[in-house]
Design a protein around this ligand. Structure first.
Ligand code: ME8
Length: 519
């Protein structure tokens, strides 16, 4: 039985179409899911849309629609984005679904049974854009003196009857969590901020609203709907069948990783663990707050008119190129910037000209000079064995970096393997050996063939479609493409025994054209 691994993304607000930040998070989570599967883990991967709350209700009203109509329409675009980007989730959850209402009401009742909920009057600041309550002392001043949330969004004074959660009760437990279990919140840089927030004193949290009804009904309390973050966070349990504690809950909870952006760390590392402790449920093993993706260094916004449609980007440059670029260009955890030029430059240099070219040269030389026929009757030289070691080492480095979510460093290590192979091609000059020493040419080409397989399998979580096409061309069976297969010493003999010659290869990483200068 393989070890379970449960990974989730944040669920997105479908109050508009997906933007590049949503694509970034979905791709990163997918790379992790595929990486874990390649290591033989039994992966459960969930993503979805967060459809309740005032932000959705107001946006729908603005557009003359019901909230449900807006949610149905927009959630479809998020699902389409996942399909386009080759995201391999097991469930796309929508918080309007029945089982999610059941799960949210169940966790509510568990917190109530613990004595952690009470009815009172809420008076304070609320940001609809962040769907967040803020203390007066957290607010900042806007350009014309108006009050803004620390994220720079407008806040409104809110007074209503509300259910409260005894967050203050969990202050010490949370501090203990941050201090004793540093891996709970990564990267490290995000932890100090949360420690300071808790040390500043936690106030009880308003967790229901009465001024609108677009949400999950509070059990036994007419007129109250849950604060959207209570139901949103519960999605991670819904997908596993909570409140049924058998089945997937038993198998996959606690989650191994909640992957989220840095702006929602407070909800995931203060509110969420407190809710879980209250409901007597184990805490997720890790919350990772990734950085923000900026468009040429600038945050995208409708006002600036610089919002990029990730589906259009994938269509323009190719899904695998976009996936590779995002994982390679940005140090995971930090903010990063993208531009069409940067995508083209990175992908051409590393995929088209380096790895793609290596694979294409190798396969077409075997096709032309050996009729595509693979043989096992050659003795590798010391140099061949050295190359093989170096490539395996580079690929092991990728695996250990990816295990720490250091994707860019992992791909950097992988590129060292690619470069070593290209250097070897140039040094060995098989095109010359063809005339001078055809036996040695065979050894060189078959050594390269083996390295291309290792490199393709290793990078498969990042560029799954291209990697699979390439492995098809190599004639590697679909069920022999995981990391465990890299240590299988018989694969080559089995491949030779199939006697299937290579077909004329087609490049899998075409060169991209630099986009025309924009006026
Ligand atoms: O926060 N770059 O939804 P959301 C990278 N519904 N990531 C970005 C980004 C950017 N420019 N902009 C946003 C919500 N994100 C809640 C989550 S989870 C129980 C509820 C990330 O649609 C953001 O940090 O505003 C979050 O992780 C995800 O996209 C969805 O953001």
């Amino acid at each position: 039985m393989s070890e379970p691994y449960y990974i989730t993304t944040a669920i997105s607000y479908p109050n508009g179409r997906p933007h590049i930040g949503h694509a970034y998070e979905a791709i990163a989570a997918d790379v992790i899911a595929r990486f874990q599967r390649a290591q033989g883990r039994n992966v459960r991967f969930q993503t979805g849309t967060d459809e309740h709350g005032l932000k959705m209700a107001r946006k729908a009203e603005e557009q003359g629609k019901t909230a449900r109509e807006l949610a149905d329409e927009m959630s479809g675009y998020f699902q389409e984005m996942c399909a386009t980007l080759n995201v391999s989730h097991d469930r796309f959850i929508r918080t309007v679904e029945d089982d999610h209402h059941t799960a949210s009401q169940a966790i509510w009742k568990a917190m109530e049974a613990k004595g952690d909920l009470y009815l009172d009057r809420y008076e304070g600041w609320y940001s609809v854009r962040d769907e967040a309550y803020y203390d007066e002392k957290e607010l900042i001043g806007g350009e014309s003196g108006e009050k803004l949330s620390p994220q720079g969004t407008p806040v409104e004074w809110t007074v209503e009857e509300s259910w409260f959660f005894r967050l203050s009760k969990y202050q010490d437990a949370l501090l203990k969590l941050f201090k004793e279990t540093p891996e709970f919140l990564q990267p490290d840089s995000r932890r100090n901020e949360m420690i300071a927030f808790v040390e500043g004193g936690l106030r009880d949290l308003s967790i229901s609203r009465t001024s609108f009804d677009w949400g999950v009904k509070v059990p036994g309390s007419d007129g109250h709907v849950m604060y959207v973050w209570v139901d949103a966070l519960t999605n991670y349990l819904t997908g596993l069948g909570y409140p049924n504690m058998n089945g997937d809950m038993a198998k996959f909870w606690p989650a191994n990783l909640h992957l989220i952006g840095k702006d929602i760390v407070r909800f995931h590392t203060i509110y969420w663990p407190a809710f879980l402790m209250s409901a007597d449920l184990p805490l997720p093993k890790q919350v990772f707050g990734h950085g923000f993706l900026l468009n040429r260094g600038v945050k995208e916004s409708k006002t600036l008119g610089n919002v990029t449609d990730p589906i259009a980007l994938a269509e323009q440059f190719g899904v695998d190129n976009l996936r590779y670029f995002l994982m390679r260009e940005v140090a995971f955890g930090q903010d990063g910037s993208y531009s069409p030029e940067a995508i083209v430059t990175r992908c051409n240099a590393e995929l088209a000209n380096s790895f793609g070219n290596l694979a294409q040269r190798t396969l077409s030389m075997i096709f032309k000079n050996m009729d595509g026929v693979l043989t096992a009757d050659f003795t590798p030289s010391d140099g061949d064995i050295e190359l093989e070691k170096l490539v395996h080492g580079a690929c092991a480095d990728l695996q250990s970096k990816f295990a720490d979510l250091a994707f860019s460093d992992g791909l950097d290590a992988w590129m060292k393997g690619v470069f070593a192979c290209n250097q070897y091609v140039d040094d060995q000059a098989p095109w010359t050996l063809r005339k001078t020493d055809p036996e040695r040419m065979k050894a060189v080409l078959l050594t390269l063939f083996k390295q291309v397989r290792v490199l393709a399998i290793t990078v498969r979580p990042v560029v799954p479609a291209a990697s699979n096409t390439l492995l098809d061309q190599l004639g590697i069976p679909a069920d022999e493409r995981d990391y465990g297969n890299l240590t299988d010493s018989d694969w080559f003999d089995r491949r030779v025994a199939t006697a299937a010659p290579l077909e004329k290869p087609e490049g899998v990483f075409p060169r991209l054209d630099m986009p025309a200068e924009e006026a």
